[in-house]
Design a binder for this molecule. Sequence first.
Ligand SMILES: NC(=O)c1ccc[n+]([C@@H]2O[C@H](COP(=O)([O-])OP(=O)(O)OC[C@H]3O[C@@H](n4cnc5c(N)ncnc54)[C@H](OP(=O)(O)O)[C@@H]3O)[C@@H](O)[C@H]2O)c1
Length: 445
Amino acid sequence: MSKKRILIIGGSSKIGLTLINIIKNNFSSNFEVFGTYNTQKTPQLTKLDITDYVMMENTFSKIQPHIVILTAALIHPLTCEENKTLAWKTNVDSVKKIVEECKKINSKLIFLSSDYVYSGKNSLIEETDSLDPLNYYGKTKLEGEKLVSTLEKFLIIRTAWVNDTNPNSKSFVMQVINSLKQNRIFNVATDQFGHPTYSVNLAEMIIELILKQANGIFHVTGSTYISRFEFAQKIAMAFCLNHNLIHGVISKSNSGIQRPLNVNLNLNKLKSIISVNPLTLEEQLNLMRIDYEFDPILKDVKLIPIGKFHDERGSLSVMVSKNRNDAPNFDITQEVYLTEIPNSQTIRASHKHHHIDEFFIMLDGSAKFVLIDDRENSSTYKKSFTTFLNDEFRSALFVPSGIFHIFKTIQNNSKCLAIASKAFDKNKPDTISVEHKFFGTEFEN
Ligand SMILES: NC(=O)c1ccc[n+]([C@@H]2O[C@H](COP(=O)([O-])OP(=O)(O)OC[C@H]3O[C@@H](n4cnc5c(N)ncnc54)[C@H](OP(=O)(O)O)[C@@H]3O)[C@@H](O)[C@H]2O)c1
């Protein structure tokens, strides 16, 4: 069977880029994929401004797509409110033109819509529930939906809170990570609830809907329903950052426009058709941790997210391995220590080793670690690094010899595992201790 041609309009978007990568890597025998960008020039994508209809007609007649996925849109609610003319032109008028082009060659149109077409309520929302957007962005997405649904073959994907870990991305996950890495307070709404969605999971679900030749309107998101505030805290924990910098605010004080506060989407229609599972937030963050490149600032120091495999019996994690990248990889492990610490605010370590390299993992509870590089020939000599380990999203912190390190428990009943490259030898002391104040105010706070 000949391959179907898919045109992704907005190939430079978070969702578009992910779709292109997954189709190219995993579905190249089913589809030939073409993508477009507008302002963000991207290798292998062609230029298309959807408000330029001549360019649009040329793109359609050149590619003659069987399937069009429309991700391009003006997506920031505040921008749409402030520039209504541009929002309508991009999110409504251009959709009308794309629908016309699809009608000409009988293409199927997959339209990325939003949970902002609802005003939100305290019970589960079905695809057939009434639509009453609260802001202009939501209104334009609803108008787009109406146009798309005049086609014979279409999919309307109502998604929400889409994230990726692309270093240049402005996704919520990357905003939280970048802010906390710079030690900045991150204000976030405590009263706005929704479904975080990982772009990879979303793309896989959309592709399965296409393969199953589904038609109509679908909620397509992650399965966890959570507040923005708790979501931000989970991000901090998953990426070993300081969750105390996340400050809860009431949503109205955070931005000038109205947003739906409780959009709890029923995913049953989606689940009845596809076999790919909408992921829980924990599953999404564990995958994002693997995709994300941790850069712990000090030379040779590493943070390794430890994989966790769940089934009905519980979970399984690999704590040391010779050949995995989701576990500490130690050629030589000579000793493994377990410290059980009943009280929070308890300080341990406060030393460096001459020859011993170590991995630290919090088995229970959480702790703040501060490291200072004391290796004179290191490019990060005298620099310090602070990180936070916890038992919910376990990471292994690798501390090579020559780096001073200290940690302080944050919770009662914490347990820390230390995996050492050399056994303790009382005849050859390897430890140089320092007072806590050596680690400065960064540690005290
Ligand atoms: N992100 C979310 O949380 C979320 C939630 C619900 C629904 N959605 C929907 O999902 C879709 C994709 O969202 P996203 O977050 O992946 O988007 P994104 O990363 O912010 O990217 C927006 C895309 O729109 C393109 N674009 C904007 N104006 C254009 C124009 N005049 N001509 C051609 N392309 C134009 C941009 O191209 P350049 O960058 O090249 O200029 C970019 O590819 C949108 O339709 C959005 O409404 C997103």
